[in-house]
Write a protein that binds this ligand. Structure first.
Ligand SMILES: *[C@@H]1O[C@H](CO)[C@@H](O)[C@H](O)[C@H]1NC(C)=O
Ligand SMILES: *[C@@H]1O[C@H](CO)[C@@H](O)[C@H](O)[C@H]1NC(C)=O
Ligand SMILES: *[C@@H]1O[C@H](CO)[C@@H](O)[C@H](O)[C@H]1NC(C)=O
Ligand SMILES: *[C@@H]1O[C@H](CO)[C@@H](O)[C@H](O)[C@H]1NC(C)=O
Length: 360
């Protein structure tokens, strides 16, 4: 039997609120226990990351886009209070997963990786890009982004470097099958595509179930391509309740339930897809990381910084008026969780990944 993922997403709003609240308190109260969950020994040889701003750690910094955050107050809780291109005050979800897996340093963004640097290329690369989606056009009104097919193309380039480094294809296959491949993508196909009818025609072309099916169809092809590039352990995050992010609540206390329903359709089809892939590729293993309900009680739902009305990202520098109590905010800006929430999402993700790694 394959372990089934526990979904929090369908719980009633009140229950979800309490879950988030209790988990935040637990995380704050037991950071030593959290550290103990991380392993001394590296649990996978290598780790490759694909997705959007929830895991991007600098790939957009040199792109022409409104979706980049290499300025203060982003990174205020990062070592040396340094903005890096992470869309939060400190570490992001990919950083926490890597820490739990026993990596001593974060997986670097593809944009900063020198070609043929063997240590890095054999250890893993982060290809994620803010505003990117499963669909190529997603996010295009914001500027350049590395959409998922492009990320896979970049990975294809890195795979041929791996082959050169280890000498031949069978050695490369043996190496690549020992890596973990992680995806956090799809949110922008809703918030920077389907839910923006002024910029995109997808909501006129597809009903919510049709759109979810269309996204899953493309994602299925993309995961198939990654299989042929040697992936055998793949974890995919389900999407959060996007109707409950500050940008979609426009200052009110109520989530946009029609948005949440559209996203829930995607998540349901994602679970079916992962079951199918597990059947189709007998020598590979796929898992869904359950969505967490990021819909906090009203006072926690306001962003920590002062955001730009046009982008929903923090204003630059002093104008960004970053909050003092960052542990009491779920969101840093109108879209992205604070570091403390990334930390708890990292625990959820890591627990599911452990099952994936130890299942044969
Ligand atoms: C990412 O990696 C690929 C190698 O496949 C490289 O060709 C590409 O230019 C890199 N992207 C950036 C933004 O540096
Ligand atoms: C491939 O390389 C490995 C070492 O990296 C070696 O042991 C193996 O014999 C090689 N296989 C072929 C088919 O050349
Ligand atoms: C929720 O989102 C949908 C889709 O963007 C929009 O049409 C609707 O007006 C929103 N509902 C509320 C209550 O804001
Ligand atoms: C929808 O928009 C895309 C560009 O994003 C365009 O290529 C396509 O032709 C449009 N389709 C319709 C039916 O308007």
């Amino acid at each position: 039997m394959r372990p089934t993922a526990v979904a929090l997403g369908s719980a009633a709003a009140a229950v979800r609120t309490q879950i988030v609240f209790v988990l935040v308190v637990v995380v704050i109260g037991s950071s030593s226990a959290v550290r103990a969950a991380g392993q001394e020994q590296q649990q996978v040889r290598c780790f490759f990351i694909f997705g959007d701003s929830l895991v991007d750690n600098g790939n957009n910094n040199n792109l022409r886009t409104m979706t980049k955050v290499n300025y203060q107050p982003y990174g205020i809780d990062f070592p040396h209070a340094r903005p890096t291109g992470r869309f939060t005050n400190g570490r992001n979800l990919a950083d926490f997963i890597a820490e739990h897996l026993g990596f001593k340093t974060p997986i670097p963004p593809n944009a900063s990786v020198q070609d043929h640097n063997p240590d890095i290329i054999l250890t893993g690369v982060n290809y994620a890009s803010g505003s990117a989606g499963i669909r190529a056009e997603t996010g295009e009104h914001l500027g350049d982004r590395i959409f998922l097919d492009k990320q896979l193309e970049h990975h294809r380039g890195r795979v041929s470097e791996v082959t050169k480094l280890v000498g031949n294809e069978s050695a490369a296959r043996a190496h690549l099958r020992e890596c973990l491949y992680y995806f956090n993508v799809g949110s922008n196909d809703y918030i920077n595509n389907y839910f923006l009818p002024h910029h995109y025609n997808t909501s006129a072309l597809y009903s919510p179930p049709e759109y979810a099916a269309e996204l899953i169809h493309q994602f299925s092809r993309q995961l198939g391509e990654l299989y042929h590039l040697g992936s055998r352990k793949v974890a995919v995050s389900a999407l959060h309740a996007l109707g409950c992010i500050p940008e979609m609540m426009s200052g009110g206390l109520n989530c946009n339930e029609s948005m949440n329903q559209a996203v829930a359709l995607f998540n349901r089809k994602l679970r079916v897809l992962v079951r199918e892939l597990n059947g189709k590729y007998a020598d590979a293993e796929y898992a869904v990381i359950p969505e967490d309900a990021l819909n906090p009680p009203g006072f926690l739902a306001t962003p920590c910084c002062k955001v730009s009305k046009s982008t929903g990202l923090c204003l630059h520098g002093e104008e960004g008026e970053v909050c003092g109590s960052r542990l009491l905010h779920v969101f840093f800006d109108n879209f992205h969780p604070t570091e403390i929430v990334n930390k708890l999402l990292g625990i959820v993700a890591y627990n599911r990944i452990l099952l994936l790694l130890h299942h044969h």
